[in-house]
Design a binder for this molecule. Structure first.
Ligand SMILES: *Cc1c(COP(=O)(O)O)cnc(C)c1O
Length: 380
């Protein structure tokens, strides 16, 4: 990925002057820092960042500058990244399955917080991590809906197993905590309600008061014009229900958003390579590129079309099928997407809210995917 050192006023200025033939991600540090402050001011506990959603060094540096002091890391490479860019930050190794060499690396790097969802993985941690002052958070799951993509299919213990694990963690001398993830792009605040109540039941069943309760990531980003996420309502609900469930003395709360922290600070500009017989739009970016998660999490309809002269196309919208550049027929955006009727070859399709799971999962499949990042003052 290329990194431009120039700071541009906004995406339109860049597109007009540079006329890029490859996809460009515009990054606005000011938007990222404002979003971070919104979490820091609104969430009733510690705000950490899930590195996997966008591990770009500029992202980490701007989050640190905004006051983010903890990171959810899932691999030695992410641990190395945070140790280098944010040496005083807390690292929460919340990938509940690790190879022994990965645990050994985390211990050597001073990681003090781990998550677990099985007896076999807990046994590895007990064997390899010195207990004193180290936290182990038991990850539990519920069969609740509300997210675009349920994370419970891979990770999380049932309430019963979670209670047994929590008791074992405490017995082994670690700081016992609980953690969950309601699934990414979770637009239903009641998912958190259900998880917090389950946390109360798990503590009661284990006879152990959790020191901390990590309420996960999963906070929604703004993907559809008509659905503005209500983060403040979710924050308020988490604080209120945690108080109620733990009778005024809840565990210290933690959250670990990825998507909702970073999505809004990046906007993608993909060029129209071809408008095939006035029906199919072929872009130079697609589902093997930065748009890779759209088939799973659904379309982002916050799309503008900018002509090569930097002006917006404004004709009445028409539904279009959008394909990416590769020769694979799954390289298509979900459904049909309304785009201005005067869209033409050479235009830029500009998609807002693209910061999460985009640059991180972009591939070079079929020789495409030369994605550049340009820094802008404003995304407007
Ligand atoms: C991916 C992940 C997150 C971030 O999820 P978002 O939906 O992007 O907020 C947080 N915690 C864990 C353990 C994760 O795996």
């Amino acid at each position: 990925m290329g990194l431009s050192k120039t700071i541009w006023a906004n995406p339109s200025e860049f597109l007009r002057i540079q006329q890029p033939v490859d996809p460009v991600m515009f990054f606005a540090p000011s938007v990222l820092q404002a979003t971070a402050r919104r979490f820091l001011d609104g969430f009733p506990g510690l705000v950490t960042y899930a590195v996997k959603s966008n591990p770009d060094e500029m992202v980490i540096q701007n989050l640190v500058a905004a006051g983010i002091s903890g990171f959810d890391v899932a691999s030695p490479a992410e641990i190395e990244l945070i140790a280098r860019l944010a040496p005083s930050a807390a690292m929460h190794y919340n990938n509940p399955v690790r190879a022994r060499h990965e645990i050994g690396y985390a211990v050597s790097m001073g990681v003090r917080s781990y998550s677990v969802d099985s007896h076999s993985e807990l046994a590895k941690l007990i064997e390899m991590v010195p207990a004193a002052g180290r936290e182990i958070s038991v990850r539990f799951k519920l069969p609740v809906n509300g997210a675009a993509y349920n994370f419970g299919a891979k990770f999380g213990a049932t309430e019963e197993v979670a209670a047994a694990l929590l008791a074992r963690v405490a017995e082994a001398g670690f700081i016992p905590s609980l953690t969950f993830h309601p699934g990414t792009q979770c637009t239903d605040p009641m998912a958190w309600d259900a998880y917090l109540r389950a946390a109360g039941r798990i503590c009661a069943r284990a006879g152990v008061k959790a020191a901390r309760l990590n309420t996960g990531g999963g906070f929604p980003s703004h993907r559809l014009w008509g659905e503005v996420p209500e983060l403040d309502a979710i924050f308020a609900l988490i604080g209120r229900v945690a108080d109620e469930v733990f009778e005024g003395a809840p565990p210290a709360l933690v959250c670990e958003p990825g998507r909702a922290l970073v999505a809004e600070s990046f906007t993608l500009a993909a060029r129209v390579k071809a408008l095939r017989d006035d029906t199919h739009v072929f872009l130079n970016d697609g589902t093997y590129g930065s748009l890779d998660e759209l088939p799973i999490t659904g379309i982002i309809d916050r799309i503008a079309v900018v002509a090569p002269d930097g002006n917006r196309r404004r004709a009445a919208p028409r539904p279009r099928v959008i394909f990416g550049p590769t020769c694979d027929s799954v390289d298509r955006l979900p459904g049909e997407v309304a785009l201005p009727g005067d869209l033409a070859e050479g235009d830029y399709v500009v998609v807002s809210g693209m910061g999460a799971y985009s640059t991180a999962t972009n591939t070079r499949f079929n020789g495409f995917g030369a994605l550049a990042i340009a820094t802008v003052m404003s995304l407007g």
